[in-house]
Design a protein around this ligand. Structure first.
Ligand SMILES: Nc1ncnc2c1ncn2[C@@H]1O[C@H](COP(=O)(O)OP(=O)(O)OP(=O)(O)O)[C@@H](O)[C@H]1O
Ligand SMILES: [Mg+2]
Length: 291
C-alpha cells in the first residue's frame, strides 16, 4: 500500500527543493518509500494559494502537510486550492485550527492545563483595561502569562509575557500592550491570559498519531538531549476527544508532581528538536499515513 504523500515547503531561493529546515525529514520520507510534493509557503501567506500549490501534481489524493506554521485562514485557503487539484489535506482546516489555536483545544484539555481565558483582538489593537479586567476575572488571582492564540513572547518574559498579578489591571495591560506591539501583523487570533503554574525540569514534546503517543522528544528550545518519561495516561482522553490525527502536547511537571500540558499544537507544524533523528519522525508519516 502506498503511503500518504507529504507536502513540504519549498526553499524560497530554490523552489524545486525542500526548505533546508525540513530537508532532512523529507529525505527520510523518501528513503522510507514515501513521496513528497512542494508548496510555496511565502505565496500562501501572501494570499495566493493557487500559486502556492502550482507545483503540486494533480490527483495526489490525501496529503499530509509538513512545514512552517500556517495561519488558520491560510490553511483553509490551502485546502481549497488543493481541492481544485484533486488533492485533500488529511487534517481538514477546522481540525487544524482547533489544534493550533488555544481556544480550539482549551476546553478539551481544561483539566490538565493552566486555567485560561481569551479575547479576540485584531493585530495592533490593544484591548482596553475594562475588557482585560473582565477576562482576568475568569482566572484565579495571582501571577499569569499572556500570549496570542498560538505563540508567546517568552524571550521578552518580563516585558511581554509574565504578569506578576492578574488583578493589577494597569500592569496587565502594559504587558498585553507589549505583546500586541511585538507580535505586530503576526498576532494570531487575539490575547490569551493564563494562570501561572510552577513547572520544574525540562519541557517534553509528545507526538501523538491517531491517539497514540508515538514519539517523545525534548522541547525544540531545550538544550537537553534526553527527557524524563512523562505520565501520559491522563492525556489520552483529551487527545482522543480533540479528534485531530497528528498533534503534539508540550508537557511539564508541576512542582506538586503532576504532569501538565503547557500547550497543544498541530504536529504538522511543530518543530522537531535538533537531537531527534529525522527518520523517527518520517516513520510516523510514512508508516501510518493511510488509516
Ligand atoms: N501557565 C503557565 N505557567 C507557567 N509557565 C508557563 C505558562 N505558560 C507558558 N509558560 C512558560 O512559557 C513558555 C512559553 O509558553 P508557550 O509554550 O505557551 O508559548 P510558545 O511561544 O507557543 O512557545 P513554543 O516555543 O513552545 O511554541 C513555556 O515553555 C513555559 O516555560
Ligand atoms: Mg511552547
Amino acid at each position: 500500500m502506498s503511503s500518504t504523500p507529504v507536502l513540504f515547503c519549498a526553499d524560497p531561493l530554490n523552489p524545486r527543493t525542500v526548505d533546508g529546515h525540513f530537508a532532512p525529514e523529507a529525505r527520510q520520507v523518501r528513503a522510507l518509500g514515501g513521496s513528497v510534493a512542494l508548496i510555496d509557503h511565502d505565496a500562501l501567506l501572501a494570499g495566493d494559494a493557487a500559486l502556492a500549490v502550482a507545483r503540486v501534481p494533480r490527483g495526489l489524493g490525501q496529503l499530509w502537510y509538513r512545514g512552517w506554521m500556517i495561519p488558520a485562514d491560510d490553511y483553509a485557503a490551502l485546502h481549497l486550492a488543493l481541492r481544485a487539484r484533486d488533492a485533500d489535506l488529511v487534517v481538514p482546516p477546522e481540525r487544524y485550527r482547533s489544534a493550533h489555536h488555544l481556544p480550539g483545544w482549551y476546553e478539551t484539555f481544561a483539566a490538565v492545563t493552566p486555567a485560561s481565558a481569551w479575547l479576540p483582538t485584531a493585530p495592533g489593537v490593544v484591548p482596553d483595561a475594562a475588557e482585560l479586567a473582565r477576562v482576568a476575572k475568569a482566572l484565579p488571582a495571582g501571577p499569569g502569562i499572556v500570549k496570542d492564540y498560538v505563540k508567546s513572547r517568552k524571550h521578552e518574559w518580563d516585558e511581554a509575557c509574565f504578569v506578576p498579578d492578574l488583578t493589577d489591571v494597569a500592569g496587565l495591560r502594559r504587558v498585553v500592550a507589549r505583546l500586541v506591539e511585538s507580535q505586530g501583523e503576526f498576532l494570531a487570533g487575539g490575547v490569551v491570559l493564563r494562570a501561572f503554574e510552577r513547572f520544574v525540569g525540562e519541557e517534553a514534546r509528545v507526538w501523538w498519531l491517531d491517539g497514540e503517543p508515538r514519539l517523545l522528544t525534548p522541547h525544540p528550545d531545550s538544550d537537553a538531549h534526553a527527557v524524563a518519561t512523562p505520565e501520559l495516561d491522563h492525556l489520552r482522553g483529551p487527545v482522543r476527544d480533540l479528534g485531530a490525527r497528528f498533534v503534539t502536547t508540550d508537557v511539564a511537571r508541576r512542582d506538586d508532581g503532576g504532569w501538565r500540558v503547557v500547550e497543544v499544537g498541530d504536529a504538522q507544524v511543530s518543530d522537531l528538536h535538533r537531537a531527534t533523528a529525522p527518520e523517527e519522525f518520517a516513520a510516523l508519516l510514512v508508516g501510518r499515513g493511510e488509516a
